[in-house]
Design a protein around this ligand. Structure first.
Ligand code: ZN
Length: 506
């Protein structure tokens, strides 16, 4: 009964999204000294004092808990087959109130922000206590760090400019190469404001922009059709990605991939040495070991990595970290959804397992410190340990050397996405751009290659680590227990020996 998780790179409008910039400082805590606007609660007519009193009543005798309030605005535009196929705008707000007692958590949420709704939520979530008597855990430390601005991608550029841009991308791709028969271009943006009210009256506020552009196209030659895809984004306004040279870079990349695939032959199957390209391929790391290092699975002993701190779990030279504190990255957060500031958490150091990613609950129950990995899809969900930007550190070997050192193998330049079963670490990945390696040289592009393996053993078979570390361009969406959150991944090129390649050839 595995915990299935997936990462995909098609995240258009998968999440609901975000909105406006007002803030509030409370108890000496400030995210931005220029922010006099009222909190979401106050804007909805609920005083902070009343909310605090209700929260305090619910948390009496509990170990932890908070009131999470959120307002989001999101929009997405999809231009497909020469026309605007969809334009969606969504705004929502609501709260979730959580009461944690031991390993039990009560959660109640509502899209109606009123004192009456808060009271009902407090009454029902407090049932988690059922006579339990705990002592309140320390609140998260404060931070003045800001990893992104308060840009509102839904407000700028204007609606008509966004549609015109997508039309321009479509026309440009078709003009670029007569083999282009289909173009799908999209923009999605959101701004999400979250507020976390603690029992001590502290209100932690974070305004999170998120923008993304995607170009997918289909080329046709002699009746054969192939696709290419590229995208980019992060926590900023659209302006960062939509200058002509930036979007043309995405369009060129999608076209390049599609044309490579036009010439691809069937992929042979079997056990092979695999060289992975840098950047987005870190999604393998995310799946193969990242989920298995999330605190909840380890607390419950259900991960392939449970109870293995201090043990060698990867080859020498392999250092893996999760870092939510990188400015502007898609998976970055100034504070997580429990109010804990994010940080760089080293998970594997030179091959030795040294840590897990924790939310407040898994940290408390394991006697450790929260690492800023408590995340939730929205106010309608409880937080749980989730990755932010997960990556493997740089090595020293040029990629060309890895290829030269491979007699027969597969060079995987790009993945689509993949999935993993947490309990045994078994993963499957689809390559979207791959080539055969024969006698130390990259030869024919291949189609339909999948990589099959298990995370714990794959990392022990890393034999070469590249010097070309890169993060992904900002397109990842991670799903876990029905909740989607934006994430980042990264890695240098890697050589892994003896992976199983599933192919379509004989
Ligand atoms: Zn995931």
């Amino acid at each position: 009964m595995g915990q299935k998780t997936t990462v995909r790179d098609d995240g258009d409008g998968a999440n609901p999204y975000l909105r406006t910039g007002q803030f509030r400082f409370f108890m000496g805590f400030s995210m931005n000294a220029l922010s006099p606007a009222p909190s979401i609660l106050e804007a909805a007519g609920v005083s902070l004092d009343r909310a605090e009193a209700i929260l305090n009543g619910a948390l009496q005798g509990a170990d932890d808990g908070e009131l999470f309030i959120e307002r989001s605005e999101s929009e997405s535009f999809l231009f497909d087959d020469g026309r605007l196929k969809s334009a969606a705008y969504d705004s929502s707000e609501g709260f979730g109130l959580r009461v944690v007692a031991g390993e039990t958590a009560g959660y109640a949420h509502s899209s109606e922000i009123t004192e009456a709704a808060l009271r009902r939520a407090a009454d029902s979530s407090a049932l988690a206590k059922r006579g339990y008597s705990g002592s309140a855990d320390h609140g998260p430390r404060a931070t003045n760090t800001r990893l992104y601005g308060e840009d509102d991608p839904t407000a700028s550029p204007a609606f008509s400019d966004k549609v015109a841009l997508l039309q321009e991308i479509d026309a440009w791709c078709r003009a670029r190469d007569p083999r282009v028969v289909q173009v799908m271009a999209s923009l999605s943006g959101e701004r999400r404001t979250v507020e976390i009210l603690r029992a001590d009256g502290r209100l932690i506020r974070d305004v999170r922009p998120l923008a993304r552009i995607n170009v997918q196209l289909t080329v046709e030659k002699d009746g054969r059709r192939e696709n290419g895809f590229a995208g980019a984004g992060g926590r900023a306004g659209f302006e960062v990605w939509i200058s002509p040279d930036r979007w043309q870079e995405q369009a060129e990349e999608a076209l390049r991939q599609a044309l490579v695939n036009l010439d691809a032959v069937s992929c042979p199957a079997g056990e092979m040495d695999v060289v992975l390209g840098a950047g987005w391929n870190g999604v393998l790391l995310h799946e193969a070991v990242g989920h298995g290092l999330e605190g909840d699975f380890n607390r419950k002993g259900t991960s392939a990595f449970s109870g293995r701190i201090g043990e060698r779990v990867a080859a020498k030279g392999v250092t893996v970290f999760d870092d939510g504190s990188l400015p502007g990255r898609r998976g970055s957060l100034t504070v997580d959804d429990e109010g804990t500031p994010t940080e760089r958490t080293v998970l594997i150091e030179d091959g030795i397992l040294v840590g897990y990613m924790h939310d407040r609950m898994s940290a408390r129950l394991m006697g450790l410190t929260a690492t800023g990995n408590g995340r939730r899809q929205s106010f309608a969900h409880m937080p749980m340990p989730r990755m932010t930007n997960t990556a493997m550190d740089n090595g020293t070997t040029p990629r060309a050397e890895m290829i030269e050192a491979t007699k027969r193998g597969l060079y995987c330049a790009n993945f689509g996405g993949g999935q993993v079963d947490i309990t045994n670490g078994k993963f499957v990945f689809q390559c979207t751009e791959a080539y055969l390696i024969e006698d130390g040289k990259i030869t024919a592009p291949v189609k339909g290659a999948t990589l099959i393996g298990d995370g714990p053993s794959a990392l022990t078979r890393v034999t070469m680590i590249g010097d070309d570390f890169d993060f992904d361009p900002g397109v990842g969406v991670c799903g876990k227990s029905g909740q989607s959150v934006p994430v980042g991944v990264g890695q240098p090129s890697l050589k892994i020996t003896g992976l199983t390649v599933g192919g379509t050839g004989v």
